[in-house]
Design a protein around this ligand. Sequence first.
Ligand SMILES: Nc1nc2c(ncn2[C@@H]2O[C@H](COP(=O)(O)OP(=O)(O)OP(=O)(O)O)[C@@H](O)[C@H]2O)c(=O)[nH]1
Ligand SMILES: [Zn+2]
Length: 348
Amino acid sequence: MSKRKLNRRQQWRIEKIQKEREERARKRAQSAEESAEQALEEGHLGPEQTGLVIANYGTQVLIEGESDPVLRQRCHLRANIDTLVTGDRVAWNPAVGESGGGYGVVGARLQRHSELQRPDRYGDLKTVAANIDRIVIVIAPYPEPFANAIDRYLVAAESTGIHPVLLLNKTDLIDDRNRAALEELLAPYPGLGYPILRLSTKTSEGLPELLDTLAQGTSVFVGQSGVGKSSLVNALLPGAGARTGALSEATQKGTHTTTAAELFHLPSGGDLIDSPGIREFGLWHMDEQSLLEGFVEFRPFIGHCRFRDCRHQGEPGCAINEALARGDISERRMHSFLHLRNSLESEN
Ligand SMILES: Nc1nc2c(ncn2[C@@H]2O[C@H](COP(=O)(O)OP(=O)(O)OP(=O)(O)O)[C@@H](O)[C@H]2O)c(=O)[nH]1
Ligand SMILES: [Zn+2]
């Protein structure tokens, strides 16, 4: 059999499996909707109230009462409801009594003030969490941080409109060999409006300041592998590791394993949304325009270059290069921008 034929047959099989999978998902969604309609008709539900999506199990979601956090129920979704993600606020009817099977019903999604999105396997953007107030970009002395990696996270955060904060973890590993380099690396950020928190998960130094920052609103932790995100989450929420594990076990049966996120209330105030998918935030592809706009101090100069297709690399009348010459843009950030832009081009 020729290679091409085999590939076509494989292709056909893959498409068939995919179709069957979609059909099963559609049937599951339909039966969940029917359960929701039935519960409504049979009057097993309490009055409508607002709630918060704690986790999404595919066709069902875990909802918490906004004015009554002790009230937590798995819910079915009514037909034609907008897609829900962790962090969404909803209008829902909790189940009352024993007879409704204990399932509440979500009737509507309330407006989101922010969305965290990532591309799905077809490259389309999919929202993975909603109503986030703060993206905490975790870095550490080891693995060694690079300016353009930090800037890439900041650009990704800027594109969501969610406020980023830098968190230098593992301060116990700072010594005379790396101190100067770290300080130089972090120097531009406070002036650009990005606060820097310093902390050691190991010694708990700096933990009160972090708790203070997290006490308002909903946060997520992002950052490269090994900087200590799991350690941080465990320090903030003893036992969360086990709970996260339980969640992924539940969702492995569904189709949302990679994006399943869970919302946690921090004992000292504030919420945290966490999932493996969210921790990878910022590592996916971005376009050149978002990159340029993601460098906040470039914004006043964008669109003012003499040439519309200016590459900001020494062209005459380049507003960005003029800002650099005046010191309104730092060498460090300019270098980072060019590095990221040029690596974007080699990606394409
Ligand atoms: N010295 C020191 N080590 C730390 C600190 N925080 C975490 N570590 C260590 O750093 C290593 C990586 O920590 P993790 O929490 O697994 O890092 P992560 O960011 O979750 O990594 P991924 O799961 O790969 O994304 C572990 O060996 C931790 O014990 C700290 O404050 N000081
Ligand atoms: Zn220019």
